[in-house]
Design a protein around this ligand. Sequence first.
Ligand code: DSN
Length: 414
Amino acid sequence: MKYEHLRQQDPAVWEIIEREEKRQNDELELIASENYVSPAVLETLATVLTNKYSEGYIGRRYYGGNNNIDEIENLAITRAKKLFAAEHVNVQPLSGSPANAAVYLAFLNPGDKVLGLKLDHGGHLSHGHKINFSGRLYNFVQYGLNPETGMIDMEEVRRIALAERPKMIVAGFSAYSREIDWQKFKEIADEIGAYTFADIAHIAGLIAAKQLKNPVPIFDVVSTTTHKTLRGPRGAIIMCKEKYAKQVDRAVFPGMQGGPHDHITAAKAVTFGEALTPEFIEYAKQTILNAQAMAAEFIARGYKIISGGTDNHLMVIDLSNKDLAGKEAEKILEMIGISVSRSTIPNDPNPPLNPSGIRIGTAAATTRGMKEAEMKLIVEYIDEAFNNRDQEEKLVLLKQAVKELCGKFPIPTK
Ligand code: DSN
């Protein structure tokens, strides 16, 4: 029986997990940063590798008994190098923020100036927000999106970079739907002798599948989580030029972290193996096609998408013309079994806890096998839910429709 020991030993925990499994099966996941791992990745996460301590690096551990772990870590590194054309990879970061903290530790001193995208324009907390460690330890100056186009204005980035002369420029975002001109960022950084750091957490899977441009051969250092479009376990990696390998490794351990989570390292290796297959390229292509179909349908129904569309897996919808704010929209959709995340819009007049928009992504729905026709249907359900937000009976019917749709596209178990 599946999870036999857990069921018998701790029904209280099991019952919650079982409920969550049912929720994930019956409901639709449109949170742009979430996805479903393969059964092979899930199995790897529940292996005995979780029992091991392996502080240090391959062949240089501070604990005995690490021969097998060395092999696992080597496999993860070798596959990641191939996937991203990376010179050096550190596969030990526990997640996105710790990875970014390690990058700053490797290249900067406290107080150094860094240029990053504003959080409410699509950046990330760890790109210099004042309540985050990054904004408290380093002197971040920030660029925003062009208010007319909703896109990054590279001339504006250049103007700020030349005026502020930061030691590092950060590119790569949590809620930006357009292709990023990595080469242009690099040229600007070279003009002022700044380091280039790309955080590709959201789009790593699309880059690995060669559907978006890859910053790894261009930038000094690149971080990514492994659990978004890359469809792996919770975790992160850092890629850099060989000349920065030592300082990056030292920053991860002993700088930021203790022992790596070896079961997760193994699951990263399995994920990279999956991402190297032709099937994954098809998945990434479809994820983008689905996002574009969804954005077009929202626009046809009078919704305002920041930047007017998407080149990747996500979009940010400004709901201010719908008499609706992000928190309420998130709640209404939760009532019909659809998860999205509220999102700020550029120069949002509303506070971060109740911003003016929502962010939607197609990575998880595409893993279930949904295509453009289902995306259109989903937008119809969302629109109907917003338009009938006070009609409880209508919302119940929509929840049933979402469940039926999910039933036709089960989360892959093979
Ligand atoms: N929480 C992730 C996201 O939703 O984009 C980023 O950390």
